[in-house]
Design a protein around this ligand. Structure first.
Ligand code: P1T
Length: 379
């Protein structure tokens, strides 16, 4: 099955009793059993829920994988994966990550004895030197939030295998429509479903996909034991959103391309971060491992003044100033004070994240209107 067909049909069966084509919202905490231990595969909704099952199967199919698990948020998903580790283990992470990911690593898991090393992985030449015998997990985002760094998934997966380290790719920015990390050798693909997958800014949710039966077994055990599951109503909304993922992504990419080129040619803009530019570092890798370049763009103004950047963010009318990304409506954000405020300033600056950087999540409105909005805000 091709992607669009899977987005609409994978994991979804008409409801048996009525033929309802939409997966019902099984808003139930428990299931009646005729006799102790005898049931229809469902005992309690933290463990299994039919609406969540349909979504998990659907998401697994989108990543060409055997297993999918959904959680109450992207961060709950990260938390579940981190619970595979024990004190003394080391994590090698890329140096540009969503602020919340950096925060859970350094303020929750570092405190219980897991070690973290944040390194630039856009160049894999000497990456082997960063591994030790204790490196148990490698964690990357590609493209990364918010610098749009592109990392060679296939290349890095080879190194991870050599060192016997689990390799996890946060695929939130690309989505399974543009990029499939498991096909390129990753062990886990993880997502904030909140973003493009659900797509309508009405759900907070996370997911992970894997081909490994043993990893799935461990992570499903964590999902049930720790209980950070997504509710049936949210699973329904995510299922509905995913049915148009391929169409939305095409438009996000189309609008993203238009806005990236508009910003690049604007006299007040000095630098635009978008993997579709030929001069973007690892553009060739992006071309190889992604179907297109997505709708996320960051940029800085020529004068590099924070006050002017803030004025642009206050002046936009169609773009809304808000955290999050990947919804149908365009958003702009100020990573330094919003999504990445939990990263110390000196660390942000080391990875190139300036105080004046503006991040755009380009929606699926008409591109002319979006360009006109940015034009007036920049003026
Ligand atoms: O917000 P939540 O569903 O918990 O997902 C966390 C998360 C994980 N990974 C990436 C790459 C992310 O961008 C996020 C959340 N990011 C934002 C809220 C943001 O505006 O960048």
């Amino acid at each position: 099955m091709k992607f669009g067909t899977k987005a609409i049909h994978a994991g979804i069966e008409p409801e048996e009793g009525t033929g309802a084509i939409m997966t019902p919202i099984y808003q139930t905490s428990t299931y009646v059993q005729p006799s102790p231990g005898k049931h229809k595969g469902y005992e309690y909704s933290r463990t299994q829920n039919p609406t969540r099952d349909a979504l998990q199967k659907n998401l697994a199919a989108l990543e060409n994988s055997d297993h999918g698990l959904v959680f109450g948020s992207g961060m709950a998903t990260t938390d579940a994966i981190m619970r595979l580790l024990k004190p003394g283990d080391e994590v090698l992470a890329s140096n540009d990550l969503y602020g919340g990911t950096y925060r859970i690593f350094t303020q929750i898991y570092q405190d219980i004895g897991i070690k973290f090393k944040f390194v630039d992985m856009t160049d894999l030449n000497r990456i082997s030197e960063q591994f030790s015998k204790n490196t148990k997990l490698v964690w990357i985002e590609t493209p990364s939030n918010p610098m749009m760094n592109v990392i060679d998934i296939k290349g890095l997966s080879g190194v991870c295998k050599k060192f016997n380290a689990l390799f996890c790719v946060d695929n939130t920015f690309a989505t399974p429509y543009l990029q499939n990390p498991l096909d390129l050798g990753a062990d886990i693909s993880t997502h904030s479903v909140t973003k493009y997958l659900a797509g309508h800014s009405d759900v907070v949710m996370g997911a992970l996909m894997t081909n490994s039966d043993s990893l799935h077994e461990k992570l499903a055990f964590i999902q049930n034991s720790c209980g950070a599951v997504a509710g049936p109503m949210d699973c329904f909304l995510a299922l509905r959103g995913i049915k148009t993922l391929h169409i939305r992504m095409q438009r996000h990419c189309e609008n993203g391309r238009r806005i990236a080129h508009f910003l690049k040619s604007h006299p007040k803009v000095s630098k635009v971060y978008w993997p579709g530019f030929e001069e973007h570092k690892n553009h060739d890798i992006a071309k190889r491992q992604m179907k297109d370049f997505g709708g996320m763009i960051s940029f800085v103004l020529k004068n590099d003044k924070i006050g002017d950047a803030i004025q642009v963010m206050e002046n936009v009318k169609l773009f809304s100033l808000a955290e999050s990304l990947g919804g149908v409506e365009s958003l702009c954000g100020h990573p330094a004070s919003m999504t990445h405020a939990s990263i110390p300033r000196e660390e942000r600056l080391k990875s190139g994240l300036k105080d004046s950087l503006i991040r755009l999540s380009v929606g699926i409105e008409d591109a002319e209107d979006l360009v006109a909005d940015l034009e007036q805000a920049l003026a």
